[in-house]
Design a protein around this ligand. Structure first.
Ligand SMILES: [Mn+2]
Length: 364
């Protein structure tokens, strides 16, 4: 393996200026050139991968496959079966907590991490990849991350989705000049990423650029209805029952500007659901006009709670905007200004109170 960074290790980031160093220090063309020289590339993303994470890794894997470069997407943590139809026959590896490289990845000469740069979201693979810092490149769109994850980074927080940033990389790899010329099996995962990270083109990150990209991906042959049906209309009855539980649990605080929803292991058991059925509930309270910020607290194991935060932009000058990235960071997590999350290791009741207090404090 050759080292990606040409500089010596002496400028490796110190823990203290990790977040200051986070940001772009490379370019898509530099990463494309390294990918082209590689023989076996491992594609990593955050645990419990979402549509953007899966879309970016699949799109790059399929481009590399066309260049006869072995590419292995590796997914850690729980897997959501609603993405099975998008993955199709593409070979992927699913892993839990690792102490070393999975056998199929031991000979990789380059690791590309996409849609995260946070060690907290890479816990399962950290022991394996941390010593390989110099062989890791990263493409992300999050505001914060750990610079020590990768020696080469392209971070575009203006992108609505990592797939938006990755689309030009895929063009470069395939030698194409227009998104409309993408093969459908590359266009489809990119579309999945931009569609799901924008909440199917409803969130505040929708921009002319992302809509132009989506339109050109449809021109390339993506079937919007088919992607939507496979990914979003494949719920089981348990999930709909859990949505009912989540709505029933809703607390409205700070003059109905803060909504806190809680789902417990008991809810999960009584609804015969799985962890996968608990995700994506934030849109429910955000539909309330007065609500400016929402939290969904899911007890994913005994004394382990996943917290998902969303906020709305200011509609007028008197409005309070809650930067949920800051709230999440103060609790060991992170994300975007209007969408973030963290994990709390405490009983669900305590987690719920802690989050409610933190959000209400934003309005005092
Ligand atoms: Mn993303």
């Amino acid at each position: 393996m050759t080292n990606l960074a040409t500089s010596s290790g002496s400028d490796a980031p110190q823990a203290d200026d990790e977040s200051m160093n986070w940001g772009t220090n490379s370019s898509l063309s530099e990463i494309a050139a390294l990918l082209r020289e590689a023989k076996h590339v491992v594609l990593l993303t955050h645990a419990r991968p979402d549509g953007d994470a899966i879309g970016a890794t699949l799109a790059v894997a399929r481009c590399l496959g066309r260049l006869d470069i072995k590419a292995t997407p590796v997914y850690a943590g729980p897997w959501s079966h609603r993405f099975d139809g998008i993955v199709g026959a593409t070979e992927t590896v699913r892993v839990g907590m690792l102490t070393q490289a999975p056998k199929s990845c031991a000979n990789a000469d380059l690791i590309l991490v996409m849609d995260t740069g946070s060690w907290s979201q890479l816990a399962e693979v950290r022991a394996w990849i941390e010593p390989l810092h110099e062989k890791i490149a990263l493409i992300d769109h999050h505001l914060h991350g750990d610079a020590s994850v990768a020696s080469l980074r392209v971070v575009d927080s203006a992108s609505a989705a990592t797939c938006q940033t990755v689309a030009p990389l895929c063009l470069d790899l395939l030698g194409l000049s227009s998104v409309t010329d993408f093969p459908v099996d590359v266009a489809e995962p990119l579309y999945l990423g931009v569609a799901t990270d924008t909440g199917w083109f409803r969130h505040s990150n929708v921009s002319p650029d992302v809509l132009h990209l989506a339109a050109r991906l449809l021109d390339a042959g993506v079937d919007h209805k088919s992607v939507y049906e496979r990914v979003e209309q494949s719920d089981n009855p348990a999930r709909i029952r859990l949505i009912g539980r989540a709505i029933n649990s809703m607390q409205l605080l700070a003059n109905e500007r803060v909504a806190v929803l809680t789902l417990t292991q008991q809810d999960l058991k009584e609804c015969h659901g799985s962890l996968d059925d608990m995700g994506g509930m934030n849109d429910l309270p955000m539909n309330i006009g007065s609500v400016r910020v929402s939290a969904v607290i899911s007890e994913i194991a005994d004394n382990v709670c996943k917290v998902s935060l969303r906020s709305k932009p200011k509609v007028d000058a008197d409005d309070v905007f809650v930067n949920v990235n800051e709230v999440a960071m103060s609790l060991g997590g992170g994300g975007h200004a209007q969408a973030s999350g963290c994990k709390l290791r405490e009983p669900v009741g305590d987690a719920s109170t802690r989050i409610a207090d933190a959000l209400v404090a934003c309005f005092e």
